[in-house]
Each structure stands twice: as C-alpha cells, then as structure tokens.
Design a protein around this ligand. Structure first.
Ligand code: TYM
Length: 333
C-alpha cells in the first residue's frame, strides 16, 4: 500500500529553538518511518526578511545539520533545500493567479509582520501563504506537521489546493491536513517572557544549540509572578507557560511534584526553574554535540542536500507537468 505523503519545512533564520523542535521536528522524526516524507529548508521564504548572502548560507547549513542531529534520517525521509527545487516557484506563480488580495491581506501572520516591520511590507510577505501552499501541494502532501502558529497558513494551502482542483475540474491535489500525534491539538510552545509563543523574532527562545550556561541564565530570568496565596488557585499566564514548558521537557512526576507545591502554596519558582533548566540541558546537550560533529562534515552535508534535491525535483516535476497540462500549456514546437 502507498504510504501517505508528508511535507513540512522550516525557515533558516538562525538556530532551531525548542518551539521548532517540539512543534515540528519531533514529529518529522516520528513520522519518517511510516510516511513518505519531504522535509525542507525554506530558504526562499526567509528572503522576506532580507538576510545577507552570508547569513542565508550559514542558516541553511545550520538547519540542515540540526535536522540530521535531531534524528531525521536521509535514508528514510527526503531532506532538501527549497531553492534547489525551482518547480516550486513555478507552481507558486500559477497559484498566485488565483490568490486574491483581500484574503492574503486578511492573513494574521501578514498583518502581524506588516505591523512589526512597516518599512518592509513586500509582496513576498503578502504571498507567503501561496509559496507555502506550493511547497506542500507540489508533492501532493496528505499531511503537514506544523505548530499551532502555522494553522492559518495551512488553511490557506487547503483553500488554494481545493480552488485549483475546482477551476480545472480535477483532483490533482489532495487536500492537505495538519498532523499531530494521538489526535492532540497542534502545539504552541510558550516563550520565557510571560506571554505568547517561543519564537526567533520574539527574542524569548532557547535554541537546541545553546550552551548550558546560557540556558540556565535564560530560564532563571523567565517571567513569573509573586506566587500563589490561596490553595489550588489558578495560575497566571507566565506561570502556566513555565508549567507548559516543563510538561514538554520534564518527566511526568517532576511536573506533578511542582504542581503539588504550587497548589499547596509552597512553590519556590527558583527551584522550579533550576529543575527546568537542567531538564532542558539534559535534552539539548547530546543534540548540540551531534550538531557540531555534523557541521564539520561538509561532504556529508553536500551529499544529503544533493540527493534530497534529486528526489524532491523528481516528485515536483511530475506534479508540475500534470498542472501545466491542466492549465493548457502546450508546447508549439
Ligand atoms: P517557522 O520557520 O517559523 O517554524 C518552523 C516550524 O516550527 C514551528 N514552531 C512552533 N511550534 C510550536 N510552538 C512554537 N513556539 C513554535 N515556533 C515555531 C512552526 O509551527 C513550524 O512548524 N512558514 C513556515 C515554513 C514553511 C512551511 C512550508 C511549513 C514554509 N513552507 C510548508 C510547512 C509546510 C515557517 O515560517 O515556519
């Protein structure tokens, strides 16, 4: 039986953080055995924020090494760099003809970016969800493992796939669905600053490639509150976030222990943070060592990228040819 197809990607705008790992990469690793997987580095998407050529190249290499260090196996999954598969941008151009200004302008991530960087509201930012749809549907993905923050972009991809099918009276594209394990909700890993998600641009992230000293410093500085004064009282957002992080990285009984202390008004946030920092370090340290090893092996990185791009191009070209037929492109020579 054919395995369902999975596509997902990450922008190479620095180091991967715990949000990227627990929102996405952990699922990539779990899925690679049972699904036909394509995991890529979204370097074209990252151009919306205008990286220098040096930063772009370093970011791509870093994410590739991090994918591998986290356990994505190029023998099982196709790992590739978005810009090595030009078919994606061709499909993006076609999809743009049926993507409307109103719906693109209403996207939350566009509005947020436009607010954050008013000096750089470029067309790539506006059509970001269209390129993302092209990434996904060019491999006819059935599932897309992403964190909660990508939910709306994925909804747009579903819309563009369905729209194309309808316009050309075809079923060329499956309608992709978000993927989470055990039917759980898509996850949002919180930041350390009291509210919102962990993110590269939010400056509240802990990277996989972060040294223990820096992890301790960041966690100890995490925002909390003055502490509970009544038994079993609800938690403030900042404290809830700390518990959420702990649930993600620590053992169940550790979380229970601190939850009990909180409910009995005996908690000392300093102790909780110390434990959380050590649990994060225990998790990231082996990954950090592997990242260093892999980054040294340029030939291996080049081989993975080359072989991945060959497989991804083959899959993408197949779909693109079908799409061109449907649209009515026929060569006159
Ligand atoms: P990016 O690079 O911002 O994030 C990569 C992945 O990490 C997840 N993530 C989180 N999950 C939970 N909690 C967090 N705090 C957190 N922060 C980040 C994101 O949900 C994402 O899964 N547009 C995408 C990249 C992309 C893509 C695609 C993804 C381009 N084309 C096609 C899937 C399919 C992005 O910017 O992700």
């Amino acid at each position: 039986m054919n395995k369902p197809t999975v596509v997902s990607g990450i922008r190479p705008t620095g180091f991967l953080h715990l949000g990227n790992y627990f929102g996405a990469v952990r699922n990539f690793v779990r899925m690679q055995n049972d699904y036909h997987c394509f995991f890529f580095i979204a370097d074209i998407h990252s151009l919306t924020t205008h990286p220098t050529p040096e930063n772009l190249q370093a970011g791509v290499k870093q994410v590739l090494a991090e994918y591998l260090a986290c356990g994505i196996d190029p023998e099982k999954a196709t790992i590739f760099i978005q810009s090595d598969v030009p078919e994606v941008t061709e499909l993006y151009t076609f999809l743009n003809m049926n993507a409307y200004l109103g719906e693109l302008e209403r996207t939350t991530s566009f509005k947020e970016k436009a607010r954050k960087q008013p000096e750089n509201v470029n067309a790539g930012l506006l059509t970001y969800p269209v390129l993302m749809a092209a990434d996904i549907i060019i491999h006819k993905a059935n599932f897309v493992p992403v964190g909660k923050d990508q939910e709306q972009n994925l909804e747009m991809a579903r819309k563009f796939a369905g729209r194309f099918n309808r316009i050309y009276n075809s079923e060329v594209f499956p309608i992709p669905r978000p993927f989470t394990f055990d039917g759980k909700d898509m996850i949002k890993v919180p930041g350390l600053d009291g509210s919102g998600k962990m993110g590269k641009s939010e400056g509240n992230a802990i990277n996989l490639y972060e040294d223990p000293k820096s992890i301790r410093k960041k966690v100890m500085r995490a925002v909390t509150d003055t502490g509970p004064t009544e038994q079993n009282s609800p938690k403030s957002e900042a404290v809830e976030n700390l518990f959420t992080l702990m649930k993600i990285v620590s053992k169940h009984d550790v979380v229970e222990h601190f939850d009990g202390l909180y409910n009995r008004c005996e908690i000392r946030y300093g102790d909780m943070k110390k434990q959380l920092a050590e649990d994060i370090i225990a998790f990231t340290n082996p990954i950090r060592t592997r990242i260093d090893e892999i980054l040294k092996d340029e030939a291996y990185l080049a081989k993975v990228a080359r072989e991945g791009s060959e497989k991804a191009c083959e899959s993408a070209l197949k779909t693109l040819n079908e799409v061109k037929q449907l649209i009515g492109f026929k060569s006159l020579f």
